[in-house]
Design a protein around this ligand. Structure first.
Ligand code: AP5
Ligand code: MG
Length: 214
């Protein structure tokens, strides 16, 4: 099962991707998480990616595509995966498609988690992220058991550098310009599905499971 999560920044792609990964025992692959782990570890890739991420811009395709293709070629991806935050541009989607086609494979589902822009900014200011394991919390909706500490791995939770309001507004613009066209791209391939991302996390998840198990 190969699934792509689409949706605006803060729509809940990461939250739902993790729930899908847990239920169906497939890896959750987030290019944003990979970049943040690299930033935290001070790698060259991390330093390069940070320049773009801090402004709410996309990291150039040349950097992003290789990382993703290397990741999905790993052994744990042989029975499928959930991609969260990739592809984000038409060229990225085309490269992924081509790489899969060479192995006789294709994407099974693209799921758009649909949340209007008005709801996004509010959601982001409450988010707290674990830069070690990628888990996501929310001060109101999903508070961690212990304040500031990740339930899953025990490391510190932080407000992401790119969750400042002005950067979020930039990310939304970039989303509409560069990523939203992917909805039509995957419609044309007959794999596009949408869920209402303004519902509770469990309701959104139930809607996704209904799609995957139809
Ligand atoms: P990335 O990390 O992918 O960020 P994003 O797309 O902006 O999305 P977010 O992670 O902010 O939101 P999400 O949809 O995962 O929502 P979440 O589940 O956390 O990318 C960051 C940056 O990296 C990009 O800007 C770019 O620079 C770069 N990058 C990454 N991939 C790239 C690529 N392929 N190409 C180029 N550049 C790339 O939920 C948000 C909050 O809401 C959480 O607090 C959560 O608890 C809460 N929440 C979730 N669902 C609900 C719900 N139903 N009700 C109430 N609260 C909810
Ligand atoms: Mg995310």
């Amino acid at each position: 099962m190969k699934i792509i999560m689409l949706g605006a920044p803060g729509a809940g792609k990461g939250t739902q991707a993790q729930m899908i990964a847990d239920k169906y025992k497939v890896p959750h692959i987030s290019t944003g998480d990979i970049f943040r782990a690299n930033i935290k570890n001070g790698t060259e890739l991390g330093m390069e990616a940070k320049k773009y991420m801090d402004q709410g811009l996309l990291v150039p395709d040349e950097l992003t595509v290789k990382i993703l293709l290397d990741r999905v070629a790993k052994e744990d991806c042989k029975d499928g995966y959930v991609l969260d935050g990739f592809p984000r541009t038409i060229p990225q989607a085309e490269v992924l498609d081509k790489a899969l086609a060479e192995r006789g494979e294709s994407i099974d589902y693209a799921v758009d988690v649909d949340v209007p822009d008005e709801n996004i900014v509010k959601r982001m200011s409450g988010r707290r992220a674990c830069l070690s394991c990628g888990a996501t919390f929310h001060l109101e909706h999903v508070p961690p058991k212990e304040e500031g500490i990740c339930d899953r791995c025990g490391k510190e939770l932080v407000l992401r550098d790119d969750d400042k309001e002005e950067t979020v507004l930039n990310r939304l613009k970039v989303y509409h310009d560069q990523t939203q066209p992917l909805i039509q791209f995957y419609k044309n391939k007959g794999v596009m599905q949408a869920v209402d991302g303004t519902k509770s996390m469990q309701e959104v998840f139930d809607a996704i499971v209904a799609i995957l198990e139809k």
